[in-house]
Design a protein around this ligand. Structure first.
Ligand SMILES: NC(=O)c1ccc[n+]([C@@H]2O[C@H](COP(=O)([O-])OP(=O)(O)OC[C@H]3O[C@@H](n4cnc5c(N)ncnc54)[C@H](O)[C@@H]3O)[C@@H](O)[C@H]2O)c1
Length: 229
């Protein structure tokens, strides 16, 4: 199998984790990295021994020896960088969340189709054994007809930057994704969350109600009741 030559854009916290993973993977080699921060670029270049470095990602996209691009930038940058990479003829692996807004995600998807390139979004939990078992149970019909599913994030209170990890960019509107239900920045969403779930509560009880209407519309309401831990 031909080795896939990867160019990475963004060598911050998660970019370095990806670089570390690639080190031990067969069939792939990171040949270039790009970042606007010269210090981060030099550190990653020295540590991982990657000689080709770019302060302008467009120059990297023009390089013939890059087959695929790994995008580890802030959420609202996922769309423009992914689209540019796809249009430059590269396959793309992009960090989650896919984009800062639904329309951006659709644009990424449509561009991949138009350009005939592969686009994948990093979501490691899809490959967890728990997820695979759940899919097996559903596919084998053991759960009957599934008409409602609820998924919970595993970081309800581990908020990027606010709770001490991640960089400041995560609370800036220009780079952090907005929310589906309102237009608030991550900072104000975090405030809402911390009001709803005071710190002294360590766990929560959930009541989920599903209403099945004859007209086939399904209404679902979930309420969280905190319990003292
Ligand atoms: N950190 C985590 O734990 C984590 C976990 C899962 C997913 N993610 C996702 O990974 C992505 C990156 O997060 P992070 O924590 O690594 O952020 P980070 O701030 O640590 O790194 C982002 C890097 O992008 C660079 N950058 C910014 N603008 C650029 C541009 N125009 N061109 C080139 N480089 C540019 C910055 O200089 C920085 O080095 C986000 O989408 C985030 O949601 C992060």
């Amino acid at each position: 199998m031909k080795e896939v030559r990867i160019g990475m854009i963004g060598v911050g916290q998660i970019g370095k984790i990806h670089l570390n993973e690639y080190k031990d993977m067969e069939g792939v080699k990171v040949v270039a990295i790009a970042d606007v921060d010269p210090v981060a670029l030099k550190e990653a270049s020295d540590y991982f021994g990657i000689e080709q470095t770019y302060s302008d990602f467009r120059e990297m996209l023009a390089a013939d020896d890059v087959d695929a691009v790994d995008i580890c930038l802030h959420n609202n940058l996922h769309m423009p960088f992914t689209v540019a990479a796809l249009e430059a003829g590269k396959d793309v692996f992009c960090e989650k969340p896919m984009a800062g807004a639904y329309v951006d995600a659709v644009k990424m998807f449509e561009t991949a189709k138009t350009c005939g390139r592969m686009l994948s979004i990093q979501l490691g939990t899809l490959f967890d054994k728990e997820t695979k078992v759940a899919k097996h149970l559903i596919d084998a019909g053991h759960l009957g007809k599934v008409f409602h599913a609820r998924s919970t994030g595993f970081r309800r209170r581990g908020r990027p930057f606010v709770d001490g990890y991640g960089t400041e960019q995560f609370v800036q509107k220009s780079c952090f994704g907005r929310w589906v239900v309102n237009d608030s920045s991550h900072r104000s969403q975090s405030r809402v969350n911390s009001k709803l779930i005071p710190r002294r509560f360590m766990c929560e009880r959930m009541l989920s109600v599903v209403v099945w209407c004859p007209a086939s519309a399904i209404s679902s309401c979930t309420t969280l009741a905190p319990c003292v831990g």
